[in-house]
Design a binder for this molecule. Sequence first.
Ligand SMILES: Nc1nc2c(ncn2[C@@H]2O[C@H](COP(=O)(O)OP(=O)(O)OP(=O)(O)O)[C@@H](O)[C@H]2O)c(=O)[nH]1
Ligand SMILES: [Mg+2]
Length: 489
Amino acid sequence: MTTLVDRTRTVLSHACEVYRGTPHAQRLAGLRARLDQPLRVAVAGRVKAGKSTLLNALVGERLAPTDAGECTRIVTWYQDGHTYQVQASLDRQPPRQLRFTRENGQLDIDLGGLAADDVSELVVTWPAQALRAVTLVDTPGIGSLTESASRRTWDLLVPDEEETPADAVVYLMRHLHAGDVEFLRAFHDSEVSRPSPVNAIGVLSRADEIAVGRLDSMASARRVAARLGADPNVRRLVQSVLPVAGLLAETAVTLTEDEVGQLRKIADLEVADAEELLLSADRFVSSRPELGLTEIERNALLDRFGLFGVRLASTMLRRKAAATATDLARELAERSGLGDLQELLSSLFFERRDVLKCRSALLAVAEVVRTLSLPGSDSLAAEVESVVASAHPFNELRVLSGLRSGWVSGKDDVVAELERVIGGAGGATHQRLRLPADAAAPDLTAAASEALSRWQRRAENPLTTYELAVAARVAVRSCEGMLADLSRP
Ligand SMILES: Nc1nc2c(ncn2[C@@H]2O[C@H](COP(=O)(O)OP(=O)(O)OP(=O)(O)O)[C@@H](O)[C@H]2O)c(=O)[nH]1
Ligand SMILES: [Mg+2]
């Protein structure tokens, strides 16, 4: 069976032949190579939304700078590799290797006299488990579009004439800002990425700050995120919005024994005393000198955990909800929302990585064909069309974005089922059928058969709207695909 990747590779090989000797040749070869590389996910959002912090949490190391340094203004790629290396791409000169150091686990890159504006991007190669499946791209915050650092992010996500270098985007919002909607719309409306929420998810970032650091902050953040995620304007742009306390997540995955020792001193206080100490950051830094923590240590704890994190971690230690540093790290990571984000990334992006990569590649070939017409480029365009039109995963993505944009509509329960069946909540069979992960094969088969008949009836029902009937036929194919998979030994 030829897979979508095989077919895309064939198209790219033809494209390389047709455009040999032109300025597009190198880019097409690069696109072909990209099919075998990890998925590229960009982390984007406004200035200080917590992008770099979240990226570090996803990698499990403090690689991205979260201070006010020059490097925060440069688009930076974090990719897996055999050696540790940092390379700067410059505008009109060959790339340059940069020196770097690590202090307290934090990577510090020396720009070696270069100004941030002269560097078009940094590529950090770092052997890390988390980077095997995905290359992460940290972007400067989008403030004003005229500012040069914003411009680079904009070019990365919405290039004028190139394919988007990222296959998918995690978009951070602190609370919905008019600028967020404007940004997301531009990202999706661009010819290259096409209006589609299929490759974007939203994160309500710095979630601990929503209820000013109270212990129930994450619950409030979940409510705000659910509201945002249900807003038609947001649904049109991102698949889902979930809250993440990025700082807590980053600290959890890089927690040290020293820090746990310091938190234990707070945990040993009487509940009422600890609560009073943690009423505000000022009070935490300056009161109870007998605690045995210096002002520097207290400030460091605040920087690493935030007031919410100090409260949560010390409470968990006091209640013995976490006994060891490892337990505490795991609990904090879970409560920060990092686990949920990783699951969502996995079901919506990683499991679909081939489709997303092929999508980026085919859109780019279509773009090249539009830009430069050569003998053979017409048939190339037809090939792209044929792969795009006949590959079922693309049809699923199309229906998904049709649902999100309101183009396909129907009764709420029908729409919800449609979205699930075509993989909108994850591509695994049990997710599509809304069954538990350990559902037995006969139950899956029974559910898939029932879904198949339901969608066949809907597709053929003369009262079904034209759009819904088209979508129903895609759902029928999805059900048939599940049944075919299930019948394989
Ligand atoms: N309380 C709290 N603070 C956070 C969180 N995430 C980030 N911060 C803090 O917010 C500041 C900015 O965080 P960054 O991760 O650098 O944000 P960014 O979006 O990468 O910023 P720029 O790249 O400069 O636009 C830092 O001081 C972080 O410690 C969070 O989840 N909670
Ligand atoms: Mg940053």
